[in-house]
Write a new protein. Structure first.
Length: 87
């Protein structure tokens, strides 16, 4: 079975996204700049759009970043979601 380019791109993008998520939560904190950067990365990598877990993360990021700050509860929730996603 030969995988087409779109499947390979999606797979590569997901691996990169998971690595990014692990790097963000590595220190136990999620900063505003990390959350903003992660959202920007997702937006610039359309190969990951439409996946349930990714859409869940996008929704959380949208809510967290809506007011321009991250509360402690939002930070903890985002950290937990990214930790689970990153493996």
């Amino acid at each position: 079975m030969v995988l087409d380019d779109s499947v390979m791109r999606r797979s590569d993008a997901l691996r990169e996204m998971m690595s990014f998520a692990r790097a963000i939560v590595e220190d136990g904190e999620v900063s505003m700049s990390e959350a903003t950067g992660f959202r920007a990365w997702i937006e610039s990598n359309p190969d990951v759009s439409g996946l349930t877990q990714v859409e869940e993360i996008v929704g959380i990021l949208r809510n967290v970043l809506a007011d321009g700050r991250i509360s402690d509860i939002e930070r903890e929730h985002l950290r937990d979601v990214l930790a689970r996603f990153g493996g």
